[in-house]
Design a protein around this ligand. Sequence first.
Ligand code: UDX
Length: 440
Amino acid sequence: MRVAMIGTGYVGLVSGTCFSEFGVEVVCMDKDADKIERLKKGEIPIFEPGLDELVKSNVEGGRLSFTTDLAVAVKGADAVFIAVGTPSRRGDGHADLSYVYAVVKEIAVAMDHYTVVVTKSTVPVGTGREVQRIIKAARPDAEFDVVSNPEFMREGSAINDFMRPDRVVIGAESDRARELMRKLYRVLYIIETPILFTNLETSELIKYAANAFLATKITFINEVADLCEKVGADVHDVAKGIGLDGRIGKKFLHPGPGYGGSCFPKDTLALTKTAQEHKSPLRIVETVAEINDLRKVRMAAKIIAACGGTVRGKTIAVLGLTFKPNTDDMRESPSLDIVPALRTAGATVRVYDPEGMPEAEKLLPGAVFCKDAYEAMTGADAVAILTEWNQFRSLDLKRMKGLLKSPVMIDMRNIYVPADMAAAGFTYTCIGRPNTRASG
Ligand code: UDX
């Protein structure tokens, strides 16, 4: 079995590597020559735990290779996966499919025997059908099927999510295509992964509906957290109390500064656009996206309030810049709203992130970039934790008190226990739980 993976971004590189780990021969293609050159040398362009070793062992095993030549990758491939970017189109929020359609035209020309062309990137409903039309028009002679196989992996745990998924969704409309996809995922049958076969449109919609539902769950608990603060309730107990109901489930009920990343913001927006276009608006999802955008900005006001109502002339240490831990991805991260808002309010902002600094330096001009958490806190009036990296979970509170001008912490991921912080002498602000004032 041979697979071509077109696009070596996050989804393409992880999926391609994991398929090779399944024992399939995979050729990953990207038109970015620099990226391919680096991959050939074993350099991984993204931070994803475990990915470098997996790439290395599969390259050494002769199952994984890289090329900039699409025709070379497609020639002889049984399945060609499209994993190129589908960013939000400037101006209207629709998914920009120009990269997808451009590679489809090239794939059509290069196919040399029965080929299954699979969309792995998140693509709006109707894209698979259009891919079918484009290939048919370009190559009326070709034997092919189009399949939708959305990816549900999370950054930071992408390899495990790919290898042990909750389910695999496959939109395929011929026995031949279904058979090939079944063969490709046969390793997962052993661990009894549910594999859902459906049509193209349903598969495409499942991906968007899943992300929109998860974004809704987070936004719901974020708003409940705000209410908890007003009424003196504890959001973690509320989350537990509702999450133990099997119909609700306890995952994705952790409050924070608003969701970010490469998927939720883009996909919720694209889904609402599709729904509006079909005159079947998804009002809940529209509201979720709006609340989340506002929340990120409101979090800066929360920090300012915790600093006594003004940060003019003050220094704020910010720990964690990426949209979540275990990634170097800064896309749509709350820090991109919070840090500039603090600066606009007159603060000097000293920042540190374990993996996100190179990217953050480009996106947060004017922030002071520090080499570790303690350097960031030196001389600061308050420290705000924006991302729950493990190394921020057990900071040396005594040392921090010596470094900070005043022991004020704003913990936007609720990684500390309020009573412990009060006992350690901190004025502690968190999300959806009673704030505490220093008692020690
Ligand atoms: C998400 C989906 O989970 C994944 O299935 C899809 O393929 C891509 O989009 P990812 O963006 O990598 O994955 O991260 P995820 O772990 O889902 O977190 C997304 C955002 O939600 C982060 O900003 C995170 O901090 C936030 N979040 C998540 C919360 O605020 N609370 C939670 O309980 C869970």
